[in-house]
Structures are given as structure tokens and as C-alpha cells.
Design a protein. Structure first.
Length: 151
């Protein structure tokens, strides 16, 4: 390699998850472009995540890394939702043999909803915004935060 040149970074695909008891928002991005795109929201229920839907996403995208939003309160303490979020992150790591990072997701859903409203008002988005759209967009916010602080 010529002196003074930098090695070219190999892109790693990353899936981000905004865990919720009813829905799990999912976004993807790569470590070179550092751009996140919403994918979908996976339904969850009393028995937990719909693992077959997550299995399908993992098989389709083949991520090298996963990122999960960890909820904190305004005072920097971890939210009670931290326990199921940590369990979900551990299950992702174990089930798919992926490194999983936790990222502060504070206000990610509010930021995502504001972005979607703005896109709709400007005409960039035509269809109505539903809760699944907000969850997937919140996963984008989480992934963008990870790109800024975690890679």
C-alpha cells in the first residue's frame, strides 16, 4: 500500500431494531455509506417477537452486525423496558451468532414521527403514516446514532 494512503473499508451491513412489545421496527444500513433505510415493522405479541419474520430478514440481508435501541429515561437511568430489550439483544446474538450493540434510543420514536410528518407535509411521502412506519423510522434513527458513536 502506498505511503499515506488509507486502507479501503469493507462495507458491513447492519440491521437495527427498535424493540417494542407490539412491534419491532427494523432498518438497515452499511458502515461505508453510513446511511440507514427503514425496512419493516415486525409484529410481536405476548409470546415475544415473531422469530420466523426475523429469521427471514436475517437470511435475506445477511448482516454482519445488529444494533438494538436501549431505552433510557430523561434522568439517564435505564427504563423498565431495558430488561426485555436486553433479553431480545441477547437472543439475537445467540440465535444468529452476530455481534449486537445497544444504543441509547431516547426520543427516537418522536424524532422518527417528526421526520415522517415533515416528509408527508413536503409531498415527499404520499401515503398516511402508520405506527409500523414510525417504528421502522425509529430503527433508522437508532442506526444513525450507532454510525455516529459506535463504528
Amino acid at each position: 500500500m502506498p505511503e499515506g494512503s488509507r486502507p479501503v473499508e469493507t462495507a458491513r451491513l447492519v440491521l437495527a431494531f427498535d424493540f417494542g412489545r407490539r412491534r419491532i421496527g427494523v432498518a438497515c444500513g452499511d458502515t461505508v455509506s453510513r446511511r440507514a433505510s427503514p425496512l419493516t415493522a415486525i409484529m410481536a405479541g405476548p409470546e415475544g417477537p415473531r422469530w420466523p419474520a426475523i429469521d427471514a430478514l436475517i437470511a435475506e440481508w445477511l448482516p454482519a452486525q445488529a444494533v438494538v435501541g436501549l431505552p433510557y429515561n430523561v434522568d439517564d437511568s435505564e427504563s423498565p423496558m431495558g430488561v426485555p430489550v436486553r433479553a431480545f439483544a441477547a437472543a439475537l446474538a445467540s440465535r444468529y451468532q452476530l455481534p449486537v450493540d445497544l444504543v441509547d434510543e431516547r426520543y427516537s420514536s418522536l424524532e422518527a414521527a417528526a421526520r415522517l410528518r415533515s416528509a408527508r407535509q413536503s409531498g415527499l411521502r404520499r401515503r398516511r403514516v402508520d405506527k409500523g412506519d414510525v417504528d421502522a423510522a425509529a430503527a433508522c434513527v437508532i442506526l444513525e446514532r450507532w454510525f455516529t458513536t459506535g463504528t
